[in-house]
Every structure is written in structure tokens, then in C-alpha cells.
Design a protein around this ligand. Structure first.
Ligand SMILES: Nc1ncnc2c1ncn2[C@@H]1O[C@H](COP(=O)(O)OP(=O)(O)OP(=O)(O)O)[C@@H](O)[C@H]1O
Length: 306
């Protein structure tokens, strides 16, 4: 497992006696090399959960194991720097992440801090800028003079530059234009499928990731309410509405087509192309069957026999 939580609760406490338990009794396993989406209504605990995954927060009770490091409530914490190198977290608000005078210094900070030499770090930050579709000229600019979308892309690039094994992103497509959103999803799928990284994404836009995510973790009021793949969500869309979430359009289309064609047990086709291909295939087959030459046609009937 890349990430495993056992009976984890997390309570925020400040100097007044005010306390807020954001997560309750979480049991969760995220397999290495998987692409996992996390969804839930506002305040359900998504960002808190992500911060437990790289040790920014430590559990108030229970244990969090990430790769080979365990954070146990009440126990002496292990050294976290090696874990931070292996687990990259892109924050919900990029302005909380960027801090240096220039984009270049910001992007170099992680790789150099984690022990990469300057030359390799220079190559990696340029590769990460390129992966995020950002021109190199922006390296000289202050991160706070970038547009909202550019700043978010730079924040993602700064995490990718350190080449983490686990990439965690909190609402990464917010403030991106539609083309950049699609490009980012393609990049995340590539990181997972081609480079074997574990990718965990909190998103309000389930449709973007639905065709690619291996699992969805649905949070409600600080608890894991359900963990399902797309087929599980297609079979029981009511669990989404029960968690206060809209049923993604692609699932609605799939259910409508599957209902008409009697395909409820099949793997959902969640991209327009795969759904169109399936409809074309079924229509072709049905047309052939109607003409009497389909695979189930009774013996002796030929196309055109009436
Ligand atoms: N620093 C903090 N101090 C106290 N309470 C906090 C703090 N951060 C979050 N909370 C509380 O913890 C709960 C979960 O918050 P969290 O930000 O994890 O939810 P979320 O699902 O990410 O929400 P959103 O979708 O709005 O980002 C909320 O009730 C929130 O008010």
C-alpha cells in the first residue's frame, strides 16, 4: 500500500479551548500506483485528510502509514524530510505554497532541499515547467505576478520537479481554463500509468477524472462514507446524492445508454468516444440481427430473407 490509515481521527485545537474534530475513525487504503479521487461537500475533511498523507498534520488518534513511514498518535514522530521528498502535496491555494522571489527559486527549493544537485534540479524544473505548459521566461518572474492559472501550474510544477513517488493535489483544476484542465488530467494519468506514481486528487469536478480514477473516496462530515470505483458509482448513484454530491454527467449518460441497451452489468464507458463506439457497435450488431445475419440469427436465415 502507498497509504494506509487505521482508525484515524484528527482534531484541530487552538489556544482557546475550542476544538474541531475534522476527521473521525478513518480506515483507508490507497494502493501504490493507483489514481484515486477524493470527493465530498465543503467542510467534509478533504484537505485535512490530504495533510495527514505527507505528515503536515499528525493523527490525534490511530496511525497513518505512508510508504514505509508510520505516524502513530502519541508516539515520537519519525524524521519527515525524507517522506516529504517522496510525497508531494499541491495545496488548494497556490499562494500558500509559493514564497520565493522568483518562480525559478521557488521551483528549485524542493529539489535542492531534498539533496538533488543544481544541474539535475535545473533540468527537472525546466521539464516540470514544460509538462505544465509554462514558458521558461516565467522562471525569472515573481510568482505573485503570475495569473491565477499560471500560479497554480507553477505550484504543481514545483511539486513535480522533486519527482515524488506519491503526488497529492487539492483541487488542482480550480482556476485553470478548460484546455489546461484537460491537459492536467492527461498529465496526471500519464504520471500514474506510465511512471507508476500514486496520484491522489481532491476534486469537485468528478467528471474530469471519472474515466481514469481507479477508486473514489467519498467523505461526509469527516468520515469515509464510501470507497467505490466508477462501476460501483454507476450501479449506485444514490450514494453520491446521499453525500451531497451531484451525479457526474458522464455517469448519467452511461446509465441512460446502458438502460436502453440492457448493459447494466458492463464496465461503464465514460468518455464521449468510448460511449459512441459502444453505441455504434451495438447499433451495428442490432441492425445485423434485425437483418437476420447476427450471431444469434436462427439457422437457415440469411440477410434479406423475409
Ligand atoms: N486550521 C483549522 N483550525 C480549525 N478548524 C479547521 C481548520 N482547518 C479546517 N478546519 C475545520 O475542519 C473541517 C474540515 O475542513 P477541511 O478544510 O478539511 O474540509 P474540506 O472538505 O477540504 O473543505 P473545502 O471543500 O471547503 O476545502 C471543517 O469543519 C473546518 O472548519
Amino acid at each position: 500500500m502507498a497509504i494506509e490509515l487505521k482508525e484515524v481521527s484528527y482534531t484541530y485545537a487552538d489556544r482557546t479551548l475550542w476544538k474541531q474534530t475534522a476527521l473521525h475513525d478513518i480506515d483507508l487504503k490507497i494502493p501504490a500506483g493507483s489514481l484515486v479521487g477524493i470527493a465530498g461537500t465543503t467542510g467534509s475533511g478533504k484537505s485535512t485528510l490530504l495533510q495527514l498523507f505527507n505528515g503536515i498534520l499528525r493523527p490525534s488518534s490511530g496511525s497513518v502509514t505512508v510508504l514505509d513511514v508510520t505516524l502513530q498518535a502519541g508516539a515520537k514522530p519519525p524524521r519527515l524530510l525524507p517522506l516529504r521528498r517522496r510525497v508531494g502535496l499541491v495545496f488548494q491555494f497556490p499562494e500558500h505554497q509559493m514564497f520565493a522571489e522568483t518562480v525559478e527559486k521557488d521551483l528549485l527549493f524542493g529539489p535542492l532541499n531534498f539533496g538533488m544537485d543544481r544541474e539535475e534540479a535545473g533540468v527537472r524544473i525546466r521539464q516540470a515547467m514544460n509538462d505544465m505548459g509554462l514558458p521558461e521566461e516565467l522562471l525569472a518572474r515573481s510568482p505573485f505576478r503570475l495569473s491565477g492559472g499560471q500560479m497554480r501550474k507553477a505550484a504543481i510544477a514545483s511539486v513535480l520537479a522533486a519527482d515524488p513517488e506519491i503526488v497529492i493535489l487539492d483541487e488542482p483544476t480550480a482556476t485553470l481554463d478548460p484546455v489546461s484542465r484537460d491537459e492536467l488530467v492527461v498529465l496526471l494519468v500519464r504520471l500514474c500509468r506510465e511512471q507508476g506514481k500514486t496520484v491522489v486528487v481532491v476534486t469537485h469536478r468528478m467528471d474530469e477524472l471519472l474515466p481514469y480514477a481507479d477508486q473514489w473516496v467519498l467523505l461526509g462530515e469527516g468520515r469515509v462514507r464510501y470507497q467505490r470505483d466508477a462501476a460501483g458509482l454507476a450501479a449506485e448513484p444514490g450514494i453520491l446524492t446521499g453525500c451531497g454530491l451531484a451525479v457526474p454527467q458522464s455517469l448519467l449518460y452511461w446509465r441512460a445508454v446502458a438502460g436502453k441497451l440492457g448493459l447494466h452489468g458492463e464496465t461503464p464507458r465514460l468518455t464521449p468516444e468510448s460511449l459512441a463506439a459502444l453505441i455504434a457497435e451495438k447499433l451495428g450488431r442490432n441492425a445485423a440481427e434485425a437483418a437476420g445475419s447476427g450471431p444469434d440469427a436462427p439457422a437457415g436465415t440469411e440477410a434479406g430473407d423475409e
